[in-house]
Write a protein that binds this ligand. Structure first.
Ligand code: UD1
Length: 332
């Protein structure tokens, strides 16, 4: 298929571009490089030996989005583009609503205009809010606690409404748990601009000595060692899930939500220990107060992905820690 990838230069987007090309699809990418750089796409071309059209454009720029649809035959869209930092979204909610929501509406309107009605959307486990139990399956109640999460949930709702209004649409909403790791070549990796928020990039800063220590947010949660439990998933597994989702939308109409996680919970201290063991480094860390808004435990029931997509994660925590570190060292 010819697949338009929005936000294809980002961490998950660039890995998905690699896997799509590797599976024999053709891609067209657009990105505004707000939180990414063209280098990732150049590396995808180098790794696959395939070239593809890249548009530097913003999804709020309707004329530029239309031009992409005018100039290409597109069968389906994978929509990664969007702002994603929780703290920033609390400080700048309107920026988040304008970019993520308005941008998506422009993209969907343009898709409808050009009769492209297949989309895979990059959602997040954040839409489950504070889950009452774990593992979390797709029918759990939804609830969000910050503007970033609200944009994900609103886009999910918009997509479900579009499917109700027009039965020709095919929508797969992928709810990611906690993506980490990097491509085995080390040429694709997470490279957040500014101060990272998520655990793995912060753990790496501490391992490199860029910060004195990693702050562990709370050790008094009702978990096996008191620290927060999450479902870390290797970005390569996650990217492969998108190829499976593209296969699925080729044959199915309507909207479906699917978790992409491993189903295994891992605590902050367990992640630190595994990282230290696998990479032979020390991660200085210090327990501090809980981070407001954090939940104790969040991990997936990934059985629907297996059933509908024939997908399940194969890479474990050791590979995640090894590949994350190797990619950072490769760069250095
Ligand atoms: C966070 C976001 C979530 C978003 C997801 C993916 C919050 C409250 N939630 O989820 O909305 O979808 O990232 O981008 O920001 N931790 C530390 N020290 C750190 C950083 C994190 O101990 O310096 C702990 C956290 O308390 C948590 C775990 O590590 O237990 C994972 O944190 P993080 O990587 O930020 O992911 P989430 O909190 O799951």
């Amino acid at each position: 298929m010819n697949i338009l990838v929005s936000g294809g230069a980002g961490f998950i987007g660039s890995h998905a571009c690699f896997e799509l090309l590797d599976a024999g699809h053709d891609i067209i990418v657009f990105d505004n490089y707000y939180n990414s750089s063209p280098e990732a796409l150049a590396n995808v071309e180098e790794l696959t030996g395939k070239s593809f059209k890249i548009y530097e454009c913003d999804m709020l720029d309707r004329a530029s989005i239309e031009k992409i649809f005018e100039e290409n035959t597109i069968d389906a869209v994978i929509h990664f583009a969007g702002y994603k930092a929780v703290g920033e979204s609390v400080a700048k909610p309107l920026m988040y609503y304008n970019n993520n929501i308005t941008g998506t509406v422009i993209l969907l309107e343009t898709m409808a205009k050009y009769n492209v009605k297949k989309i895979v959307f990059s959602s997040s486990a954040t839409v489950y809010g504070v889950p009452e139990t774990v593992p979390i399956n797709e029918s759990f109640p939804l609830g969000v606690t910050n503007p970033y999460g609200r944009t994900k949930l609103m886009i999910e709702d918009i997509l479900r409404d579009v499917c109700v209004s027009d039965k020709d649409w095919s929508v797969v909403i992928l709810r990611y748990f906690n993506p980490v790791g990097a491509h085995a070549s080390s040429k694709l990796r997470e490279n957040p601009k500014g101060i990272p928020n998520n655990l793995m990039p912060r753990l790496i800063q501490a391992a490199k000595g860029e910060v004195e220590y990693l702050t562990v947010f709370g050790d008094d949660y009702p978990t096996r060692d008191g620290t927060g439990v999450r479902d870390y998933i290797h970005v390569v597994d996650l990217a492969k899930g998108h190829v499976k989702a593209i296969d699925y939308i080729a044959d199915n109409k309507g909207a479906i939500e699917i978790n992409l996680g491993t189903g295994n919970g891992c605590s902050v201290l367990e992640l630190i220990k595994t990282f230290e063991k696998v990479n032979g480094v020390t991660v200085p860390h210090k327990i501090v107060e809980r981070r407001p808004g954090d939940v104790a435990e969040c991990y997936a029931d990934p059985s629907l992905a297996k059933e509908l997509l024939g997908w399940s994660a194969v890479l474990g925590l050791e590979e995640m820690c090894r590949d994350s570190w190797r990619a950072v060292m490769y760069e250095a």
